[in-house]
Design a binder for this molecule. Structure first.
Ligand code: ADP
Ligand code: ASP
Ligand code: MG
Length: 396
């Protein structure tokens, strides 16, 4: 094989021993491929630790300083891995986001990748060395260090694979993409193949194993994407395009997102809340809103609800107060979703899923569908039970 980008997440490089284990797999892979790039995340939970340190000094640290601070985590792990690779006789050079020309645009702490590639990276590969690159970070037009949003190292790896025309292998603490988060469902099993579309839906609906933008990018630039265990000794999951997949299963995954905030708005005849104005103000404040439902009760009141994240609660509350809205929040809720591209041409899936909720006697607040998924907003306390019950029903 010509070119491969391997990516190792925080749990895979959490300790010196784990870095040594990763190095063994990297050395082995280098014997099989000509050009090898290794993208690493910060060690263990060190990004969280850096954020906590800043929090001890300021309630609202500048996002520009936060980017610089958070970017240091990946520099530590990439430098350590390159130091060890050289120590065991494998030529390697560590490179930062800036040194590999990973250019970003957009707000600090949520940079979007515009481009990647540099002479330095080409030179390192041309010399036969392993390029060990910091994930999660780039540089913007103004020359400032930026980061890509939490979990962004997956996206760094895919971006480099796209520009290098390489295969991208994501190594993590599970053996691939499972039918459900194995931490929630013991019986979840690894999928050998899954489509880009399903993987994108899963990632967007909470399957943390891949960052959503990384899958979107892999799909757009036709990057072959593979997810496997960080020891490399078990065959992982290959992401395929729809027409490459041989077998069709009914559903491929049940996912969930916690820390959902349900916002309920009431607009009676005499107190007409302008929903458009409300949504516009939320958009200007960069608040993402998700499942929207709208009903009229028997007294003629218009009831609108939407979901967002608990992290946005303070900002949402401020906007609703400014609009003198009649609102309530429902907290401690989660979004549970079933996903599968076969949903497009199979009937009866919704009926079976609804039946699971009735059989378990678990109420839900709202439902939304896409072409290949159905999502339910439920109390977090009941969310693991319903994930398991839905997985039982659909054999996931
Ligand atoms: P890394 O540190 O390698 O980036 P992450 O913690 O971001 O790893 O992602 C791996 C975790 O994703 C697993 O430990 C698992 O608990 C979780 N996960 C959630 N849904 C799934 C799924 N469908 N398949 C596999 N893992 C999943
Ligand atoms: N270290 C960063 C984070 O914890 C990026 C990553 O792990 O992908 O979010
Ligand atoms: Mg991750």
């Amino acid at each position: 094989m010509e070119r491969v980008v391997m990516k190792f997440g925080g749990s895979s490089v959490a300790t010196i021993d784990k870095i040594k284990q990763v190095a063994q797999l990297v050395v082995q892979r280098k014997q099989e491929v000509k050009d090898l790039v290794v993208v690493v995340s910060a060690m263990g939970k060190s990004t969280n630790h850096l954020i906590e340190l800043a929090g001890e000094l300021s309630n609202e640290p500048s996002e520009c300083e936060m980017d610089l601070l958070m970017a240091t985590g990946e520099m530590v792990s990439s430098a350590l891995l390159a130091i060890y690779l050289n120590a065991i006789g494998s030529k390697a050079c560590s490179l930062t986001g800036f040194q590999v020309g990973l250019k970003t645009s957009g707000a600090h702490m949520q940079g979007k990748i515009e481009n990647a590639g540099s002479e330095k990276l080409d030179q390192c590969l041309a010399e036969g060395a392993i390029a060990v690159v910091t994930g999660f970070q780039g540089i913007d037009e103004a020359g400032e260090i930026t980061t890509l949003g939490r979990g962004g190292s997956d996206t760094s790896a895919v971006a480099l694979a796209a520009v290098l025309n390489a295969r991208c292998e994501i190594y993590t603490d599970v053996a691939g993409i499972y039918t459900a988060d194995p931490r929630i469902r013991q019986q979840a099993y690894k999928l050998d193949h899954v489509t880009y579309e399903e993987t994108m839906e899963m990632a967007n609906l909470g399957a943390k194993v891949l960052e959503p933008r990384s899958v979107e990018m892999a799909n757009r630039y036709h990057v072959p994407l593979y997810v496997a265990l960080n020891t490399g000794d078990i065959i992982g999951t290959q992401i395929l395009s729809e027409d490459e997949r041989m077998e069709k299963t009914t559903l491929t995954n049940v996912s969930k997102i916690d820390e959902v905030l349900l916002v309920n708005l009431k607009a009676g005849d005499n107190k007409d809340l302008n929903i458009t104005e409300c949504f516009l103000r939320l958009a200007h404040a960069h608040i993402n809103i998700d499942i929207i439902s709208h009903t009229v009760d028997h007294e003629g009141n218009r009831l609108t609800s939407f979901t967002s994240t608990t992290g946005s609660k303070t900002k949402i509350e401020r906007i609703l107060k400014e609009l003198a809205a009649d609102y309530t929040f429902t907290e401690d809720v989660s979004k549970v979703s079933i996903i599968g591209s076969a949903m497009r041409n199979q009937t009866g899936i919704a009926a079976r899923a609804f039946d699971v909720f009735y059989a378990q006697d678990i109420p839900f607040y709202s439902v939304s569908t896409s072409e290949i998924s159905i999502s339910y907003v439920v109390d977090t306390a009941a969310s693991n039970q319903i994930v398991n019950a839905l997985a039982d029903e659909f054999g996931l």
